[in-house]
Design a binder for this molecule. Structure first.
Ligand SMILES: [Fe+2]
Length: 379
């Protein structure tokens, strides 16, 4: 049988020893191992021990005919290239075998030496090609798995990163709000009587906004506008702001400047561009009366946050002590709101406040509560 010194192996199966010998002689100088068997069973056993890429079988053999043998090879070693070596008389069998896809080529006896050598070489090429395609498919499959794995990792990374960015964004917004609160506190601190006023207006206004069913961004905007509504008082003289007596007409005019001053202060801040008009119009009257300022807008022309803040501002001011009076009870506040609903106040804002009051009672105006706008919005 000889050693297996080559990469390619062909196995011939024929019951005639002379044919096998002739084939071995023919291929002696070729770069391939040549194995021989005289029975189908023997060949199948041999293939279990020694892999062959090409099998060439005679058709007419005792025990197991060639078609049956090649069919068994196809079943056990589907990658092996199968060929049939047959005499003219067995042609009909061989053609049927080809048609059933059992074999790659048919070689007729007697054969032409050069043709047979060429056919065997082609069979090895065919085998190599099939193996290469199989290998490439395998590589592609493995790379697809790797890619899917990488995609999964990437998706996870993107999710983690997005979460981090969202957290950073929230931290920044919280820091903004803290800065804004500090500014509002500085305004309120001009007058001992208004300490905490802006913060409470922001809280009341955001509660009214939520009662009215606004989306989160709108509630946040109402809160920030509430915090900043009186920021323009920074530009009004302390003597006017803290004056305990009745204001003169000139002093009142000076006070009435604060919404415009506030809007001018906030205008350069990109982040607050939506808040600016809310601050500017928080003293407009709903009916557009001359009592409102600065632009005597009416109805829908007044930004909704401004209309909400006006109600919250009034409620907060009336329920706080002033130099000239003590805090007023809520029923007086309700009477006042009802009296001016439709003239000074937007009726739907008054209605929303009254619905809240109905539910929460005195606790609505508790002054000592800690308030976190983002907890409130999410809660
Ligand atoms: Fe104001």
């Amino acid at each position: 049988m000889g050693g297996m010194q080559h990469d390619h192996t062909v196995l011939f199966v024929d019951d005639e020893v002379n044919i096998l010998k002739a084939l071995q002689r023919l291929l002696r100088t070729e770069k391939m191992n040549v194995l021989c068997a005289s029975r189908g069973h023997e060949a199948l056993e041999m293939m279990e021990r020694t892999p062959a890429q090409v099998v060439v079988s005679d058709q007419r053999m005792p025990e197991m005919p060639g078609v049956e043998f090649l069919s068994a090879v196809r079943e056990r070693h589907p990658d092996v290239v199968r060929m049939m070596l047959t005499g003219y008389t067995e042609m009909n069998v061989a053609v049927e075998a080809i048609n059933r896809g059992e074999i790659y080529r048919l070689i007729t006896k007697p054969w032409n030496d050069d043709e047979l050598r060429a056919t065997i070489r082609q069979a090895f090429d065919h085998s190599d090609l099939k193996r290469e395609i199989k290998r490439l498919n395998q590589v592609t499959r493995e790379q697809n798995f790797k890619l899917q794995d990488m995609n999964r990792n990437l998706e996870q990374k993107v999710r983690d990163r997005t979460k981090q960015v969202a957290e950073k964004h929230q931290e920044l917004r919280t820091a903004y709000v803290q800065t804004i609160r500090a500014l509002a506190e500085a305004v309120d601190a001009k007058d001992a009587y208004t300490r905490g006023h802006s913060e409470r207006v922001g809280v009341y206004a955001s509660k009214i906004a939520r009662q009215m069913g606004f989306p989160k961004e709108m509630i946040e905007r109402v809160y920030i506008a509430g915090l900043l509504h009186d920021v323009g008082k920074i530009g009004v003289r302390d003597a006017v702001i803290t004056k305990p007596d009745r204001l003169t007409a000139e002093e009142y005019d000076e006070i009435k400047q604060h919404p415009e001053i506030g809007a001018r202060i906030l205008e350069p801040v990109d982040f607050l561009s939506e808040v600016v008009p809310c601050v500017r119009h928080h003293h407009e009257w709903f009916d557009g009366s001359d009592a409102g300022y600065p632009d005597r807008l009416h109805g829908d022309r007044i930004p909704l946050p401004s209309r909400i803040i006006l109600v919250a501002d009034t409620v907060e001011a009336m329920t706080s002590d002033r130099p000239y009076r003590k805090a007023l009870p809520l029923d007086v506040v309700v009477t006042e709101l009802n009296k001016y609903s439709g003239s000074q106040f937007d009726p739907i804002c008054v209605e929303a406040f009254l619905a809240l009051l109905e539910r929460q009672g005195d606790s609505f105006i508790r002054k000592d509560l800690k308030f976190d706008i983002y907890e409130f919005i999410e809660g």
